[in-house]
Design a protein around this ligand. Structure first.
Ligand SMILES: [Zn+2]
Length: 63
């Protein structure tokens, strides 16, 4: 599972999302940026910034 925390890009934002693939994460984050942060123009470097901050979520139960 992949995880994106908005706080890594927008300090103080508690929003986060999980999905199985990066494309789905990016789609949701772009929508969040538009609705929550008023980013009506999503630049290509914004997409890169999002992708750079997607992490693999550690499964706490696996150990
Ligand atoms: Zn946010």
């Amino acid at each position: 599972m992949r995880l994106f925390e908005c706080g890594s890009l927008v300090p103080g934002c508690e929003w986060h999302t999980r999905a199985n693939d990066d494309a789905e994460i990016v789609r949701r984050v772009v929508e969040h940026m538009r609705t929550a942060h008023g980013e009506t123009i999503i630049r290509e470097n914004m997409i890169d910034n999002i992708k750079a901050r997607i992490t693999d979520e550690k499964n706490a139960n696996a150990a």
